[in-house]
Design a protein around this ligand. Structure first.
Ligand SMILES: [Zn+2]
Length: 61
């Protein structure tokens, strides 16, 4: 009995088997789309170091 998962990209039912090398995706296309989405998300995050952590370390004067 195979485990059925939803393809993260298109929501199609996918059998979680060793034969399905694209799992949890239904196809290579959906896998590529999802990887592309992750890459875009990564680049969308601005590389700015907000000085929030240092505020807690400062002693109150
Ligand atoms: Zn899919």
């Amino acid at each position: 009995m195979a485990t059925i998962v939803d393809c993260p990209t298109c929501g199609a039912k996918v059998e979680w088997t060793e034969k399905n090398k694209y799992r949890p995706f239904c196809s290579e296309r959906c896998k590529q789309i999802d990887l592309g989405a992750w890459a875009e998300e990564k680049y969308a995050i601005p590389a700015v170091n907000l000085p929030q952590e240092s505020d807690q370390d400062k002693p109150l004067q």
